[in-house]
Design a protein around this ligand. Sequence first.
Ligand SMILES: Cc1ncc(C[n+]2csc(CCOP(=O)(O)OP(=O)(O)O)c2C)c(N)n1
Ligand SMILES: [Mg+2]
Length: 609
Amino acid sequence: MESHAEKLYTPVALATADGVRVIATPGAKAAEQSNADVIIQSLEARGIQHIFLVPGKLVYPLIKSIEHSAITGIVGAHETACGFMADGYARANRKFGVCLGISGPGTMNFLPAMAAAQADKIPVLYLAGGIATYHEAQGAFQDGSNSGIDELTIVKPLLSAAIEVKNNLTLQHELRRSLSCLNTQRKGRAYLSVPVDMQKKGVAGNYEASPQRTPQCREAAIDQLALEQVVDDYLLRGLNVACLVGNRMNNPLDAALLLRLAEKYRLPVATTLSGKGAFPEGHELALGLYGFAGHTRAVETINGDEVDVLLVLGCDLSQRDSLNWNPRLHGTKTLVVIDEDFDKVSSHYQPDMQIFSSLTGTLHHLLDAVSDEDAHLAGIKSLRNGWLEQVRSLPLEQQRPDLQARLALGEANMYPGDAIKRIRSRMNQDTNVVVDSGAHRIFMAHHWLASGRGDYHTSSSLAPMGWAICAGIGIKLAAPHRDCVVVTGDGCMLMHGMEIQTAARYQVKMTFVVMNNCAHGAMHIDTLQNRGVSADYTALPNHNWKAFANSLGVSSAKAATLEELDEALAAAAEHEGPFLIEVLVGNHVAPNRYYAESIVEYEQRIKGL
Ligand SMILES: Cc1ncc(C[n+]2csc(CCOP(=O)(O)OP(=O)(O)O)c2C)c(N)n1
Ligand SMILES: [Mg+2]
């Protein structure tokens, strides 16, 4: 830790309209600033408080600069995990995430995290330290440059900017270039690799001698004309309008605005799994989940004939979002798609109206378009009320598909849905929940009722196992005021369970719930029904995850019954650091009936094409 005197004389960086400029504090000599200092201070100026890293000699200067900044370096066990932590960090606030490692092997370990963040469009900066420029092209150890493994070529498809800085004069420009794609609208990812000798060099270029005010960056362009048309033609007409909301609305700010919008115009709201968290599922206007792991109310309403207009907000309409590109999303109803990002929207549909507009700005505009007291609006709302009563009569959850059959076969362990409901009932409403890949993802999606505060996080496009264990740490550090629970499986623990030691090392207060079914359950359930591969490939050894956690300094408990689960949750709540609860659950068919049916329907649709 640096001394107070050092802090006083440390130059600070300010973000300006055109990027980052270094502002020297009185008494500090510009020449004392290294390139590493400039990079770290520019991140500090953008509000970054944590950088997830694995150390190495090639990043010593950057680590030293972190030590001299207000940023905390979090040392993870594995660079992939650090990348996932940065991904979680970005999801839990409107900043980007940052991770750091050595180029070569470190960068190669970043790849899975880059791919997952790219698929979900999460803004992350991957910082790397390369071999010294004077070592290149001579068979240097760990050479990631183009005289070695040429890592830029490898990472490029996964990034918006892949930059190796070798010119002292252009470092600040390259830094601005990499940071400019990381905002909440562009949602890009950047890789910035700086050779270790470049990190140490004194910074070149102009300094501002006097502090300036930090200009605001405005990122809320809306299509006002198109939104006025939406209000006049749909929202203020006697039409049944339903919303389908995706991942780009799954944040506290947009979720709060969406709730007001739904209430103002009486619009029922469904979310996709990646958007779960954007709307409170216990609310009278909630349809629940549409698509993968969907709820009955959402699927039957949106696929039904009563909806005249489907307003799709911030949603990819991907295979899982759309129930295998369901034709009932269009055709019998008007499809209006509003998004701030059309890079990923499914090309399957041709919407009746496709509007490019900031989502937050759109919500504000639609809310302000008409007064709450407007008489015409009141009439439209009461018209919609009759339909909404019918909608509410539909159940949210599906019946447990196979509980009786499993019990008859001697299944002694808990039904995952029961454990999940118990956990939900014991957690604060605004708890950030982070969910991994596997059967437990479907049980969670279906039985955990989201409270609609941008608080449900999952990697939904690529869905690498073990992501949640790491991302949860980033999420808790980014949003320390909220409780955080990670729900994962035993298979996922085998991939990245080691990272719970990082939570222990920094005493991050959070709960890891491991749904232990001694299987890759998502596949093992097929095995049990004689329609998958043999159990040799889907069953897992029964590991003692409680003991594993203890060995890494994480307090833990094991729960075989709901009563034991209650006790474990109480212990976790009281504990100061991370706590792991191993929950023994059975291998049951997950509640995903509509998705399974939609696969069959899709295959029939394309037969003979
Ligand atoms: C990196 C990676 N490899 C393979 C898969 C395919 N996959 C999805 S879920 C799953 C099993 C997960 O097992 P577990 O964590 O125990 O969860 P469960 O299904 O038992 O709830 C597998 C192998 C994947 N999603 N990611
Ligand atoms: Mg499992």
